[in-house]
Design a protein around this ligand. Structure first.
Ligand SMILES: Nc1ncnc2c1ncn2[C@@H]1O[C@H](COP(=O)(O)OP(=O)(O)OP(=O)(O)O)[C@@H](O)[C@H]1O
Length: 276
């Protein structure tokens, strides 16, 4: 995903696209401009990471691209379908058929078992899971002996893995992942990243992942950097070191810009984030 992604992928090879995407929360003096006229193309069959300071608009961008949030101005497409202006029913169907989600809040149904949560989107859609793929996902995520447990009986990390399995189970074209490794220990986090990488390399799926972790971003093909609701930079074939260096550059330039909030935490490069 980038403002220049069209240079890498021909028109039509775009999984999601936004033009002039603007999102404001509230109105008047308290209005927050979360996204400010963003143009992006999410190239099909690639793994894109979205990074940026806390509050820069990463989650909002993901929600708007996924059709989970309305936009204040601009247009969004999923594949060739413009979703801005689509009726809720059509939008729900489109999301159900094409998109998988992994969010910070796992959105698991408390009364269902892990196994039932994993297959719920397919059950709703009346689709049968590919059993071999499902078994592979369950084993890779280490959920085999937790399938009969309800979310309250699972640790945060295990709930995250169930949410991850649910997003992957139906092999959606496009996976949106918001901090998918945030609650996992490093081994489980690496496994999730390997699964996402494999989904792109082996299955041709498209992944968009929000992360604060340069190590996680290094698993992607392209890192897009957001600041103040705008795309300010992009990096192909990232390494953790290069991403970290770029984040520090942003921190330094923000410190040198009078009038901006340069508190280290607000810029999303707190020590835990960069040292992961
Ligand atoms: N529902 C909302 N109501 C009002 N303001 C909101 C709402 N959601 C987000 N915002 C504001 O919009 C801006 C962008 O938020 P967003 O959550 O997209 O940032 P982010 O980069 O994902 O942050 P973080 O890294 O902390 O998760 C922030 O200033 C945030 O406070």
């Amino acid at each position: 995903m980038s403002t220049t992604a069209a240079q890498h992928a021909p028109y039509g090879a775009v999984a999601a696209r936004a033009r002039g995407l603007t999102k404001a929360y509230g109105s008047g003096e308290t209005a927050v401009m979360a996204l400010d006229s963003v143009d992006v193309d999410v190239a099909r069959g690639r793994f894109t990471a979205v990074m940026g300071p806390s509050g820069s608009g990463k989650s909002t961008l993901m929600h708007c691209l996924a059709g989970l949030d309305t936009v204040s101005a601009g247009q969004v497409w999923l594949g060739d379908t413009e979703i801005t202006g689509l009726r809720e029913r059509e939008l729900t169907r489109l999301r159900r058929d094409r998109v998988g989600f992994m969010f910070q809040s796992f959105n698991l149904i408390p009364t269902l078992t892990a196994a039932e949560n994993i297959t719920l989107p397919m059950d709703i859609a009346g689709r049968r899971p590919d059993e071999r793929w499902l078994e592979q996902v369950i084993d890779t995520l280490g959920l085999r002996d937790r399938l009969k447990h309800r979310p309250a009986q699972l640790s945060g990390g295990q709930q995250q893995r169930v949410a991850c399995a649910r997003a992957l189970a139906s092999r959606p074209e496009l996976i949106f992942a918001d901090e998918p490794t945030g609650n996992l220990d490093s081994r489980a986090g690496l496994e999730v990243l390997a699964i996402l990488r494999g989904a792109v390399d082996d299955l041709g799926q498209t992944v968009v992942m929000v992360t604060h972790d340069p190590g996680a971003a290094a698993h992607s093909d392209l890192v897009v950097f957001l600041a103040d609701g705008r795309i300010v930079d992009a990096m192909e074939r990232p390494t953790a070191e290069n991403v970290l260096e770029r984040m520090h550059l942003f921190t330094r330039s923000a410190r040198q810009t009078p009038g901006r909030d340069v508190a280290r935490g607000r810029l999303g490069v707190d020590d835990t984030a960069v040292e992961d």
